[in-house]
Design a protein around this ligand. Sequence first.
Ligand code: PLP
Length: 446
Amino acid sequence: MSKRSLIDRDRASVWHPYTQMLTAPAPLPIVKGEGVYLYTEDGRRLLDGTSSWWVNIHGHAHPRLNQALIEQARQLEHVVFAGCTHGPAVDLAERLIRALPAGLAHVFYSDNGSTAVEVALKLAVQYWRNIGQSQRRTFITLHHAYHGDTVGAMSVGEDSIFTQAFTPLLFPVTRVHAPYCYRCPLGLERATCQIECLADLEQALHTRGDEVAGVLVEPMLQGAGGMIVWPAEFLAGVGRLCDRFGTLFIADEVLTGFGRTGRMFACEHASVTPDIICLSKALTAGYLPLGATIATDEVYEAFLSHDRTKTFFHGHSFTANPLACAVAVASLDLFQEHDVLGRIRRLEAQLRAGLLPLRELPMVGDVRVIGGVGIVELVSDKHTRKAAGYLDGIGPRLADAFLKRGLLLRPLGNVVYFMPPYVITDDEVAWALDQIADVLEDFPAV
Ligand code: PLP
């Protein structure tokens, strides 16, 4: 084994995601994780303020999850899931169905969040085809949406810097207003509005309804598109409109699932049940890649046929990987044994108390909090709300300033957010909020 530092070895051979390799600072060489902390090769301790890209919930190297992984590895590490089954996959499906809004009953496994979304899109299109309505093959999605980086998932995301280079590959969709209240698409104020932005979806369904396979949304919290927190009324309205126009309601809960918004699933905020839900990220508590797309009886039954053309021809080598499923079951055990949702409620209260006062700072445009996520949107002019968006150079500068203080954050351009694993203690939250406040108070000197 080479004694050279990880960074030197990495530079020679590794291509990192979302990273301009020519100009980016050297990647952080992480050698260990424990609880909410990550440790670098050169001995620094960093608080994982983004839950390692929104996946970790119970902390790094959790003894119970480690144990579940080891026990499963001793038993069965992997097996083809077409024609075979195994305990962890069945147990996890049963547990998910019990935890999800009633009606979601059939679990299709894949590998990650993007594939969970791809599966949902393909299920929706084939569902309509199988029941003789093959004209329903387009999707309505929201502005600011992000659903992943594979081609289908990019197509249904916002037309943005993330997707521009790939436009020739993408299929067309209809994009309608999102309830981005701080930048209301209709120029209204949340305190007095009646969720008028929903009319855009209604109009799209009215004009294109017969062609629409599904309406796809990230309920309550649009993540990579700017950490946009919704009024629950908008989500309720999406559910109502999908029912009224008889189209499929698809919820992408890859980010929001497993407590992140304060409820086990974000759809619970408006008591809506989608026809299809997509899960990943915290599904395995951040241990292993796994996706799950869960559908209702109605969707599933459209695939029950002797006609082979009605089969769902989709699968990945690592579909339902037993190691990942076993850890996911152990993670759900932790939800049952500890009051995890209660912990998130306390975290939410602390985030509100610590972050809301930052609204007074000259460059803070908006502060939003939902569940275990605290968000500060920066602007260059408070009155015009001007901001440079994802490519705003302030993001990396702030990340560097936080890093120097031992806090690992990854702002989305001008949007700073804090999304720690739920096991973070009150003292650790207080410390992290102090770092955020101090750095922002010093801005633009950072
Ligand atoms: N959907 C949502 C809402 C996401 O936030 C993400 C990733 O950030 C994805 C899908 C894609 O997940 P993955 O990165 O695992 O492919």
